[in-house]
Design a protein around this ligand. Structure first.
Ligand code: FES
Length: 574
């Protein structure tokens, strides 16, 4: 078989002699006709399908649609599994494994005879994990996210994944709902395939993939069961062959301009704070300079246009019918780099210039936004967070954005949960709840625990929000005045580790300040008495992770995974 395509895959399937026979013969056990080895583009379909990742459980069927498109365009599709990360089941947190997925997918893409790859994701960590892998290998790639669930329906009202859970828990604690009602309601919330249908992290990252130019227009918003999701997947199968033929690789698409577009889109959609960490990690793989402060600066003049839970009223299905992400990007107009190239081979401007909006209550116009400029993710600094912390202003209570209160400190969320129902808990609505040792090294894996529920006695008194400060993350479906990603984390010796119950803390979001009102000499004394906690594990992945994970302000990637190795395979044993 001649090496007639000059493609990467022909180094395998076009090889002569014993090696070529081995490459082809074992593949022929699947019944492929010999034309598949004629030098056509070999397209990997990385699927994060798993019954343990319920948001991704339909990706097997999505892959079939992708394959149709690849065959149509003259490619040879081969589906392969990549680590499926289900947000709800994995302990201690799916985030502990995002970098493992990224590493696994990167190695699989590089080690196999692939010319391009289609990335099938859905649940929160699967989208960034696969994008990080694609960035580090820099083979032509296109993403197809699995789409959001249909709107949840309970007692005649729409209910959103995650967001409803937080409210129902509060209602349960406050006696407004029974356990039986909750049990019934939880079934009403998840009534179709798909990922969370609020503007949580999955919807946010799907939107980020589209805003970065890495998935086809409208991909982020078609509901998972919608036939157009499958049509788009088939189209993606065609497009990846074009991408291989034109050598349009992720590094040519995910440029600094693309990241700036994504950050602005994230502000406009009221996206999850998790996008901050994931975009920083993806940029780190590409060598694109991006900093925590870019998220504040670039979003500063972008209002929130999309009225979706948890910050607003609607859900992803409504967003889809209102025009989806292209309608938002069209509305942003000159705020975006319209000439950024995308997987369509066209620019952002060309992709969205005719995208209509069908519902102005869901997607507001730029001159009449849902929330004004200055309500996006703010980056805070101060002696409590020298390397930064973030707060999602749109999910916070306006009256708490400037607040001074005494700290009530817990060294784990479990320690807090153990006393949350204590009627004697020394807390009132002005208390600042500090929950620490929840960062990348600390928990480990930086779980979404920062929005701890309010003390039961205060919920029963009608208090609905308090300032909370944590070095962990918050679910994109959650809300509240919660300062997140405090960096350096407590387990790395950050000042958060030095806070004591009773200390005064000042939060001043308009001034971007987070201040621990303790004199430097006292902090120095406390630091001298502080000892670092032991590693969370003695061996295995968790040990590797805690030894090498970077802090949140650079994306919490592993230090040795930053950057890329390309797709060349240095040696071949065959
Ligand atoms: Fe999978 Fe929310 S749990 S997207």
């Amino acid at each position: 078989m001649a090496n007639n395509g000059g493609r990467r895959s022909t180094e395998w399937f076009g090889a002569t002699g014993r090696a070529g026979m081995a490459y082809r013969s074992w593949m022929r056990s699947q019944g492929f006709t010999t034309e598949v080895f004629d030098g056509r583009p070999v397209i990997g379909i990385a699927t994060t399908w798993s019954e343990l990742a319920p948001c991704n459980v339909h990706l097997h069927r999505v892959a079939e649609s992708v394959k149709r498109g690849v065959w149509q365009a003259g490619g040879f599709p081969l589906e392969f599994p990549a680590m499926a990360l289900g947000e709800t089941l994995l302990r201690p947190t799916a985030m502990l494994y995002r970098n493992l997925l990224a590493m696994e997918a990167e190695e699989l893409i590089r080690a196999n005879p692939l010319d391009g790859v289609v990335l099938l994701s859905g649940c929160d960590k699967t989208t960034p994990g696969l994008l990080m892998a694609a960035a580090s290998t820099d083979l032509p790639a296109i993403m197809v996210t699995g789409g959001p669930k249909l709107n949840g329906k309970y007692q005649g009202t729409d209910v959103g994944s995650g967001t409803a859970v937080w409210r129902w828990e509060e209602d349960l604690v406050a006696g407004r709902m029974t356990q039986e009602e909750c049990f019934f309601a939880e079934g009403c919330m998840s009534r179709s395939d798909g990922h969370c249908m609020t503007m949580g992290t999955a919807s946010t990252m799907a939107s980020m993939a589209e805003a970065l130019g890495m998935q086809l227009p409208y991909s982020a918003t078609w509901p998972a069961p919608d036939s157009r999701r499958y049509e788009t997947a088939q189209r993606a199968g065609q497009v990846i062959v074009d991408l291989v033929n034109s050598d349009l690789t992720p590094s040519k698409i995910m440029t600094r301009q693309a990241f700036e577009n994504a950050i602005r889109v994230n502000a406009a959609i009221g996206g999850s704070t998790n996008a901050v960490i994931h975009l920083l990690a993806i940029a780190g793989r590409l060598g694109v300079p991006l900093s925590l402060d870019d998220f504040d600066a670039l979003a500063a003049d972008v209002p929130t246009l999309v009225n979706l839970q948890p910050s607003g009223k609607y859900l992803m299905e409504d967003f889809c019918y209102a025009g989806g992400l292209p309608a938002v990007m069209r509305e942003l107009g000159g705020l975006l780099h319209g000439d950024a190239i995308t997987v369509t081979g066209k620019t952002v401007y060309e992709n969205v210039s005719y995208a209509p909006c069908w519902n102005r209550d869901v997607i507001h116009p730029l001159d009449k936004p849902f929330q004004p400029v200055g309500t996006g993710t703010a980056v805070l600094r101060g002696n409590l967070a020298p390397d930064g912390a973030v707060i999602k202003q749109s999910a916070a209570s306006p009256h708490l954005l400037k607040h001074r209160g005494r700290a009530l400190v817990f060294d784990s969320p479990e320690a807090y949960h153990a006393v949350v129902a204590d009627p004697e808990l020394d807390a009132d609505e002005n208390t600042v709840l500090v929950v620490r040792y929840c960062g990348p090294k600390g928990y480990p894996g930086m779980p979404e625990v920062s929005n701890v529920p309010l003390p039961k006695k205060l919920l029963q008194r009608g208090v609905r929000d308090m300032v909370r400060i944590c070095d962990g993350r918050m679910s994109g479906t959650a809300y509240g005045t919660v300062v997140l990603h405090v960096t350096p984390e407590a387990a790395a010796g950050g000042p958060l580790a030095l806070v004591r119950t009773g200390d005064w803390i000042t939060l001043d979001v308009p001034s971007r300040a987070l201040t621990l009102e303790v004199p430097d000499d006292e902090l120095a004394r406390r630091r001298a008495a502080w000892t670092a906690p032991p590693p969370a594990a003695a061996r295995g992945w968790t040990r590797l992770y805690t030894d090498h994970v970077l802090q949140a302000d650079t994306g919490a990637d592993l230090d040795f995974l930053v950057g890329g190795s390309g797709h060349e395979v240095p040696r071949d044993s065959h």
